[in-house]
Ligand binder design. Structure first.
Ligand code: TXA
Ligand code: MG
Length: 340
């Protein structure tokens, strides 16, 4: 298949919307990462998403809406807590899990009785959704297992030839996927951390829980609240090893393990003491910048041919928790604590 490379011009947006109405797949920019979109009401189009990504069928997709009133037909209940979070954070990088109606194809949520819905703030995403008139099922537009795409070039690298079109809306501002929150119970529960932080949710809802799977591997045989969190994920070809410690401790450890193909992914301003080649992903105290750059840095590790990537561990609060969650999976939970 020849993949069309589109811009955000009105003509190109119309082309993208036409493709989506015809049941084809189009990669679209959002404020978090690029999404691989299809008409959520069309089961064949949704099945094609799983096929193009090489994604396990039991990993459910997020439905994207372009206007607030598109939510109510998709779900059977919006709790007061859910409404408060909607009022505070939509449109934006927050996905909410509701009990589902039958408005979208069953395979969107992999047989679950719930549905993930998000109202993105990115103007190009919203124009495409509204022009198409479809609720759009859209996972991140990467091959399953790879780092999520934050530029159109990342998408092309993974999916050129497999999808109808890619709409280039520039680099994504947030850089990690939306916060996923289950609002079917009384206390909102974070299944995947993102730019809308636990602290922000607690302020609005009064309380918040963070699912164990955010920071821990799933126990053998346990059922994942968010199936996407159970796979090794976001991983470059290099073996990623997280190093938890001060800049001095990290430099000492990395320098003792220098060798062929050994690289470091460290914080900006902490390269000097390292005697291996480095990539960086934002300053130690700037979790927003870390989120913006982390996936691009993991992809760059592949481009430079890194075999081992010693990665400085981010803090676990604020947006840092989201960065930590993604890096943990890229590292298949391999963390070395250097603290005394
Ligand atoms: O920022 C984002 O959310 C991006 C952009 C494109 O919007 N999309 C994205 O989709 O990250 P995806 O499919 O890569 O991640 C969806 C996550 C997975 O972890 C999945 O398991 C979870 O949401 N999820 C989806 N439906 C769910 C449900 N009904 N219950 C629990 N978790 C669900
Ligand atoms: Mg994904």
């Amino acid at each position: 298949m020849n993949t069309l490379h589109l811009t955000d011009s009105p003509d190109d947006i119309r082309t993208a919307a036409d493709f989506l109405r015809q049941g084809l797949l189009v990669a679209i920019p959002t404020e978090t990462v690029y999404g691989l979109a299809a008409d959520a009401r069309n089961a064949d189009a949704v099945a094609a998403i799983f096929e193009a990504k090489g994604r396990p069928q039991d990993n459910p997709l997020i439905v994207h809406i372009g206007q607030p009133d598109q939510l109510s037909p998709l779900v059977t209940q919006v709790s007061p807590t859910a409404q408060a979070l909607i009022d505070a954070f939509w449109p934006g990088p927050l996905t909410l899990i509701f009990p589902r109606s039958n408005a979208v194809a069953p395979n969107v949520s992999g047989g679950l009785s719930t549905l993930a819905v998000r109202f993105p703030v990115h103007p190009v995403a919203r124009r495409i959704i509204n022009e198409s008139g479809c609720p759009l099922a859209a996972p991140s537009a990467n091959r399953s297992g790879s780092p999520s795409p934050t530029t159109a070039a990342h998408v092309a690298h993974d999916l050129d030839g497999r999808i109808a079109a890619i709409v280039d809306g520039g680099a994504c501002e947030v850089g990690v996927e939306s916060t996923v929150v289950d609002v079917t119970g009384t206390v909102p529960r974070i299944l995947r951390p993102g730019r809308v932080t636990a602290e922000m949710i607690r302020k609005v809802a009064g309380a918040v829980e963070v699912d164990d799977a955010v920071t821990k591997p799933l126990r053998e045989g346990a059922v994942a609240a968010s199936p996407g969190m159970k796979y090794k994920h976001y991983a470059p070809a290099a073996r990623v090893i997280l190093l938890d410690g001060s800049p001095e401790q990290i430099a000492a450890y990395v320098n003792a393990h220098a060798g062929d193909g050994v690289w470091a992914l460290c914080f900006d301003g902490e390269q000097e003491e390292l005697r291996v080649p480095t990539l960086t992903y934002g300053r130690r105290d700037d979790d927003t910048a870390q989120a913006e750059h982390v996936f691009d840095a993991l992809r760059r590790a592949d481009e430079v041919g890194a075999r081992v990537l010693y990665t400085s561990c981010p803090a676990r609060d604020g947006v840092g928790l989201a960065v930590y969650n993604r890096l943990l999976r890229a590292a298949a939970f391999e963390v070395i604590s250097l603290e005394e």
